[in-house]
Design a protein around this ligand. Structure first.
Ligand code: AMP
Ligand code: GLY
Length: 424
């Protein structure tokens, strides 16, 4: 079967690599892809929001399965566009991708169906939000309702900061229309865990847990980023936590979406906080996480194409996911200055050291070929250097060792990815 993957970052590289392991994958295309993805797929220069062109490409090239990976095209109805043309696509339809696309929707859903999450209120006017803040307990969390590249969340320690935050989101529109409506929610403390799951509308299959590091600098300092590194599994995600989440969070979420007439097929990513009152949902994403995927898929034993098809066909109950009893760590090599200002176009050297090395992967997030055919940096996050190991400590040592294999101008990384492992 010919397979098309929509997207062009580290997550899509990991998905394309995993798809390339499947005997069912005869030929893989990726739109738009990047210089690393080009090793396992043919990259086609079509943007992720160009639905007409994507659908036309899939028809012309006899694509049997399309995987839509990023949030924006999912929220805008990419899967609906493929289906309307009679094509098979993996991912939630627009009416289900709202689970990530609107924080107000997801909070209301959790409240209605008794799924544990932080207490909250929703506001459509800055006036009402400001009035509410006067008697609210600090710290407090402000969230823009719509998609804001993962940056529309403000954690405010004081009332003054919170007032300023409401101004930034609702009056100055720092995140555009995403801030027309905001959610104000209770601040929670605890360990964060990311859990990715496959869903076929009715059944759910849980992948290995992971943890992300969202801040730019060591010690969780600096600005929020798309993610600077991950490890899997999370030592804090115990069997007991898993049982609780399956019963009180995962299946109830799938059932709630069905009851609302928004049957969810695709990946639900549960962002959890393990609080002293038990696990609670921080956020839902309607897609694979980035860079969680880079540590979860190398540990998965299943043929991922079979799992994608089972999700589309509603036969996930016949699939058992299997994960290796090992661990993985991904360290993101970024351009210094990310997530603000940074330069790109630097030549990347040493990539060949990963070739044929079992248990080591270099997933490209932002790379491209220059005019001479050299691979150069092309983004804030450049590479996700990933290694397996028999346990988390071994995987971390392997991953940090491999970060030395590659060089490029402005190379920057955090040095404490997986530090929490030592506290477990
Ligand atoms: P979100 O995009 O909703 O996952 O929020 C981004 C990050 O903000 C999360 O990964 C948490 O670190 C933090 N965060 C979000 N909501 C809360 C909350 N209610 N309490 C504490 N931290 C939060
Ligand atoms: N790593 C967090 C995300 O993909 O949203």
């Amino acid at each position: 079967m010919k397979i098309l993957i929509v997207g062009g970052g580290g997550r899509e590289h990991a998905i394309a690599w995993k798809v390339s392991q499947s005997p069912k994958a005869e030929k893989i295309y990726c739109a738009p892809g990047n210089a690393g993805i080009a090793q396992v797929a043919e990259c086609v220069p079509i943007g992720v929001m160009e639905f007409d062109r994507l659908v036309a490409f899939a028809k012309e090239n006899d694509i049997g399965l399309t995987i839509v990976a990023p949030d924006d095209p999912l929220a805008a109805g990419a899967v609906d566009a493929f289906e309307a043309a009679g094509l098979r696509a993996f991912g939630p339809r627009k009416n289900a991708a709202i689970l990530e696309g609107s924080k107000a929707f997801s909070k209301d859903l959790m409240k209605k169906y008794g799924i544990p999450t932080a207490a909250y209120e929703t506001f459509d006017s800055a006036e009402a939000a400001l009035a509410y803040l006067e008697q609210a307990k600090m710290p407090i969390v402000l969230k823009a309702d719509g998609l804001a590249l993962g940056k529309g969340v403000l954690i405010c320690n004081t009332r003054e900061e919170a007032r300023e935050g409401v101004g930034a989101l609702m009056l100055d529109k720092q995140f555009g229309a995403a801030g027309n409506r905001i959610v104000i929610e209770e601040f929670m403390t605890g360990r964060e865990v990311s859990v990715l799951t496959f869903v076929d509308g009715k059944n759910i299959r849980v992948m290995a847990s992971a943890q992300d590091h969202k801040r730019a600098k060591d010690g969780d300092q600096g600005l929020n980023t798309g993610g600077m590194g991950t490890f899997s599994p999370s030592p804090f995600y115990t069997d007991e936590v898993d049982r609780y989440c399956r019963e009180h969070i995962y299946q109830p979420t799938v059932d709630a979406m069905r009851a609302e007439g928004r049957e969810f097929k695709g990946v639900i990513f549960f962002g959890l906080m393990l609080t002293s009152d038990g696990p609670k949902v921080l956020e839902y994403n309607a897609r694979f996480g980035d860079p969680e995927t880079q540590v979860v898929l190398p540990r998965m034993k299943n043929d991922i194409v079979e799992v994608f098809e089972a999700c589309i066909d509603g036969t996930l109950n016949q699939v058992e996911l299997e994960f290796a009893d090992n661990a993985a760590v991904c360290v993101v090599l970024a351009s210094d200055g990310y997530p603000e200002h940074y330069e790109k176009g630097y030549r990347i050297t040493g990539l060949e050291k990963f070739e044929d090395k079992d248990k080591y992967y270099v997933f490209h997030a932002g790379s491209k070929f220059d005019q001479e055919g050299n691979i150069v940096t092309n983004g804030g996050r450049v590479l996700g250097v990933t290694a397996l190991g028999e346990d988390l400590k071994a995987a971390r040592a392997n991953a940090y060792g491999a970060t030395e294999w590659v060089e490029f101008g402005n190379k920057y990384m955090r040095h404490d990815i997986g530090k929490a492992i030592d506290e477990a």
